[in-house]
Design a protein around this ligand. Structure first.
Ligand SMILES: [Zn+2]
Length: 284
């Protein structure tokens, strides 16, 4: 059973070897970068300099998935169903916190000069498949640092038989997002649901079709936004819904049509954003 969260670690805590990290139950693997399973998710990663595509910006990390290397060189495509990659995808869908360790061989000014250092808790905020120049497909994960104090004040001892998880969901609400919600009077463009809070205050979410964060860099514009209920926004963001060119939505697992998007006034989507979203979620 994996335990998610900081497990009492403080940022900067040092370890001499991967074996030490493993023996403390902080990362399940002695060598592989990702500690994870498809069913439970990934609870930890180690940055050890093994993949040239890794990029470390401190508060966010572009992390390459596992597999496909022979003698340190890419020789096969990476498999989204391998245990570690599938674990990171499960952590993305569930918003699970991931312990990050930087090793001395990881090429970053933030790396320790020897051994390993705990870098804090991160969450996977997007992932995609990337065609490298050498012709191999690899998985790329963007991990963002959780802000300090985001973790609930629970004490988790390594011997308890349950895990605590933190769901983190950031809904950007720019002026354009408010505009799309006004156009639809806070009704979901897919299911027409209109959620209200205290004293009938309406709630809807501005859903970006092409994600805004790096590396996707989708626009914060009406041509990239839908007004959706929270359920359908999440489903779009985790790849459960795909938008077809005729603006019907299909369930990515069933392949069945779920419904179609209704549009009002002059609002329409840029179809390049729709195609970008599909490419994110349909495997190469
Ligand atoms: Zn809806």
């Amino acid at each position: 059973m994996k335990i998610f969260g900081s497990m009492g670690l403080s940022i900067g805590d040092r370890f001499e070897t991967r074996a030490e990290i493993k023996s403390l139950g902080l990362h399940s693997q002695g060598q592989a970068g990702i500690s994870g399973t498809k069913f439970e998710g990934a609870d930890a990663i180690a940055l050890s300099g093994g993949y040239p595509d890794d990029k470390d910006f401190g508060d966010y990390i572009m992390y390459t998935g596992e597999g496909g290397q022979v003698n340190g060189k890419q020789a096969f495509d990476q498999d989204p169903d391998s245990s570690g990659n599938a674990g990171l995808i499960t952590s993305y869908v569930g918003g699970l916190p991931i312990r990050v360790f930087r090793g001395s061989r990881h090429r970053s000014p933030l790396s320790p000069t020897n051994g390993y250092a705990y870098a804090g808790l991160y969450t996977v905020t997007s992932f995609w498949q990337h065609l490298r120049e050498d012709g191999f497909w690899v998985l790329q994960f963007r991990l963002d640092a959780q802000s300090p104090g985001a973790e609930p004040a629970t004490t988790v001892a390594p011997d308890v038989s349950f895990a605590t998880t933190t769901i983190s969901r950031r809904v950007r609400d720019s002026g354009v997002a408010r505009e799309v919600k006004r156009i639809y009077d806070y009704s979901c463009q897919l299911c027409d649901t209109r959620i209200t809070g205290v004293e009938s205050r309406p709630y809807a979410e501005g859903a970006h079709v092409r994600p805004m964060g790096r590396p996707h860099l989708g626009a914060d514009s009406l041509e990239n936004l839908l007004c959706l209920c929270a359920n359908h926004h999440v489903q779009l963001d985790i790849g459960g819904l795909l938008i077809q060119n005729d603006l019907t939505l299909i369930g990515s697992n069933s392949g069945q049509i779920v419904g179609d998007l209704s549009f009002r006034k002059h609002h329409k989507l840029n179809m390049e954003n729709v195609q970008y979203h599909r490419r994110l979620w349909i495997r190469a």
